[in-house]
Design a protein around this ligand. Structure first.
Ligand SMILES: *Cc1c(COP(=O)(O)O)cnc(C)c1O
Length: 485
């Protein structure tokens, strides 16, 4: 085995700024003042605030040390299932940082904003082409926000048909945000079970779909990383009873340029630009969850919308059936620029290849770890694979122990205990951007941990050893958080 990236390294302690400060220290030096001192009442009260006195170096070291406690996709492999933590090329950040974009004000008249308006419209068209849908809104700020937009569109559609429906079908493999978004719009989620192969059957849907059901929220590939192969029959059943099909497309990284969601019968689909299209999920910044619809639902999309009029791009509120506005101004523009740059720099063939490699990598891990961890569904997976701690049960080693130990080997743990349908789930999503060398190291680390579980289980129960903080009391951390540091 090559050396794993895990190390004790020089991880430095860092107290609070208030504990570092020394009266009289300062981060700047100015010439002596040659005018009388004057402070306004506001400044006087600001002066009474308890800010520590710090030198420039105090501040630089403080924040640099804190940043080194962090782990991100730029540090190492981050196989967090369901989050698509892939490497995001820096060229896309650079494009989003161009002064023409960063200095644009959202209140500028459209005459002075032709470039960004064109970019938005073209991005909408790219996303339509990638998904096989007809029209797009870029407004929602996240996947869950896109789901909310989708449910409002469902509601507006049924109202336009003169009827109100009260229920939504949601499979047991759905992301928790799906039932929450449906409930926010007043719909009652009706849970349905996936079968022993981890997918939905047309029969299950046929038994619950009725004329009081607004439709179904379907994730494809689903949260088990499996392709819903009966999707066409299922969407046909829902449509036959006048319902709509919502596609949760957060897992689009598995099927870009491969699956035509429109042809599969999806009416509304959200994407996570901050997973698939070059912004890291949970990256601390804003997200973007565009919603794509088929032609018959376009009138309901949020306003304002970018339209082309006489060769110019303008923002129009002129859509009387619109569900209204969902976000200040037009959405999170920076994320859109990165997605646009990513799509252009990849091109259709490479987007397709990225998905193919994401799927290949996940299947490679699935096959090599099959005897090491219990594989929940032994069949080809898409971009992620789900294991459990069943094999380690006899040694009283849990998914949490395995995840914590992986940190010692230098890997961010995978998603654990999700999806809920798999007891003790370990959900691994390598993404297309990891090399075979790195993936092999990860696999070897997992093999070593499984060996430790049988030979020396006590070691696992106290892991991690190399991290700044060791095993935490997670219940106490959640119930009695110490926010002071
Ligand atoms: C991530 C995810 C969401 C929610 O997206 P956010 O941007 O975190 O709100 C919804 N559904 C699925 C399947 C996801 O993976």
């Amino acid at each position: 085995m090559k050396a794993s990236p895990g190390t004790t390294g020089l991880i430095l302690n860092e107290p609070l700024l208030w504990e570092i400060g020394q009266k009289g220290r300062s981060g700047f030096s100015l010439p002596r003042r040659d005018v009388e001192f004057y402070a306004s009442p506001e400044e006087m009260s600001a002066n009474r605030l308890d800010f520590p006195d710090l030198s420039e170096m105090d501040v630089i070291r403080h924040y640099t040390r804190l940043s080194q406690w962090n782990f991100g996709v730029d540090t190492g492999m981050y196989p967090l299932g369901s989050c698509t933590m892939k490497y995001n090329p820096k060229i896309n950040e650079k494009m989003a940082s161009l002064p023409g974009f960063t200095e644009a004000h959202p209140l500028l008249p459209s005459d002075l904003s032709q470039g960004i308006l064109r970019l938005m419209l073209e991005l909408e068209r790219f996303l339509s082409a990638i998904t096989g849908m007809d029209a797009v809104t870029l407004q929602p700020a996240a996947g869950a926000h896109g789901e909310l937009a989708g449910m409002l569109i469902f509601y507006a559609y049924h109202e336009s048909k003169g009827g109100h429906r009260s229920k939504i079908i949601i499979p047991d493999t759905a992301h928790g945000t799906n039932p929450a978004s449906a409930a926010l719009c007043g719909y009652r989620p009706v849970s349905v079970k996936s079968n022993e192969m981890g997918v939905l059957t047309p029969e299950t849907i046929a038994t619950v779909m009725d004329e009081d059901t607004a439709g179904i929220m379907l994730t494809n590939p689903n949260t088990l990383g499996l392709f819903e192969e009966n999707i066409k029959q299922i969407t046909a059943i829902v449509h036959k009873k006048g319902g709509l099909v919502y596609g949760d497309g957060a897992n689009m990284n598995a099927v870009m340029g491969i699956v035509d969601m429109g042809a599969a019968g999806i009416d509304v689909l959200h994407l996570n630009l901050h997973k698939t299209f070059s912004t890291p999920h949970g990256g601390g910044g804003p997200g973007s969850g565009p919603v794509c619809v088929k032609k018959h639902l376009e009138p309901f999309l949020p306003v304002p919308r970018v339209v082309e009029e006489n060769g110019k791009y303008v923002l129009s509120e002129n859509f009387s059936d619109s569900i209204g506005k969902l976000h200040a101004f037009y959405g999170n523009i920076g994320v859109m620029i990165k997605a646009y740059s990513y799509i252009l720099s990849m091109g259709p063939e490479n987007l397709k290849k990225a998905s193919q490699l994401a799927v290949l990598n996940a299947n490679y891990i699935k096959d090599r770890l099959k005897g090491v961890f219990h594989l929940a569904y032994d069949r080809p997976c898409m971009h992620e694979c789900v294991f459990s701690d069943k094999f380690q049960e006899a040694d009283k080693i849990t998914t949490l122990d395995i995840a914590k130990r992986l940190m010692d080997y230098g890997f961010h743990p995978p998603t654990i205990y999700f999806p809920l349908v798999v007891h003790g789930a370990l959900m691994i999503e390598p993404t297309e951007t990891e090399s075979k060398d790195t993936i092999d190291l990860f696999i070897e680390a997992c093999q070593a941990i499984a060996k430790e579980a049988t030979e020396n289980p006590d070691v696992l129960r106290k892991a991690p050893y190399h991290s700044k903080l060791k095993r935490l009391d997670e219940t106490a951390a959640a119930r009695k958080p110490c926010l002071a540091g």
